[in-house]
Write a protein that binds this ligand. Structure first.
Ligand SMILES: [Fe+2]
Length: 203
């Protein structure tokens, strides 16, 4: 008897290199420096409640608090909009919902989590000198994994290698995580969630 195999779901995430990255990097590192020295500057917008990210971060609406993050999220929006237009995706408009900086000191990590229904962006600002890794996770409960070829027919975890300056964007409902930073260097990323707006009601 012939048993046929039919792949049923595939997922894609998208990456590009951020133009003028070194200028942005300088500005982002400056914000981290300020927030790390709140005693001197009286500025620390990091939320008090813990979440899945066991690292330091600025407030969720940092694009409204720091002009450089506002400009960065608008610039990235223009790249995404161009891509959406070229590829013909059905996304009439994007609005910045959240924007924040994460920085992972030694042993900091992020549990698998997702950002809900939005288009999510992660900018890898300063990651090359740490060994923390970024993963996407499948959302399956029961899987048929081969004993001797676990990687060949099924993959529930996918590592994404990124350089400083890499921007990755993806469906915000995709689970992702960051492994523990075992180095003493700080790992810095920026996250932005874009709300997908439809101007007219759809039936
Ligand atoms: Fe995240």
């Amino acid at each position: 008897m012939q048993i046929n195999k039919i792949p049923v779901f595939t997922s894609e995430v998208f990456t590009f290199e951020l133009p003028n990255f070194n200028v942005w990097k300088k500005q982002i590192k400056q914000i981290v420096l300020v927030e790390n020295n709140k005693d001197i500057h009286g500025q620390d917008t990091s939320p008090k409640n813990q979440c899945n990210v066991m690292a330091k971060r600025t407030a969720w609406n940092s694009h409204l608090r720091y002009n450089s993050l506002n400009l960065l999220s608008e610039e990235i929006k223009s790249y995404l909009s161009k891509f959406i237009e070229q590829e013909g995706y059905d996304i009439p408009s994007l609005e910045v919902e959240n924007c924040w900086i994460n920085w992972y000191n030694k042993d900091n990590y992020s549990q698998p989590h997702n950002h809900g229904s939005c288009l999510s962006v992660v900018i890898f600002v300063d990651v090359e000198n740490t060994d923390a890794k970024f993963f996407f996770h499948g959302n399956n409960n029961f899987v048929l994994i081969k004993k001797n070829e676990a990687e060949s027919n099924y993959n529930n975890v996918k590592q994404v290698t990124a350089k400083d300056g890499t921007v990755i964007f993806f469906d915000g409902s995709l689970q992702h995580s960051v492994s523990a930073n075992k180095s003493t260097n700080t790992r810095i990323t920026v996250a932005i969630n874009y709300d997908v707006d439809y101007k007219e009601e759809r039936t």
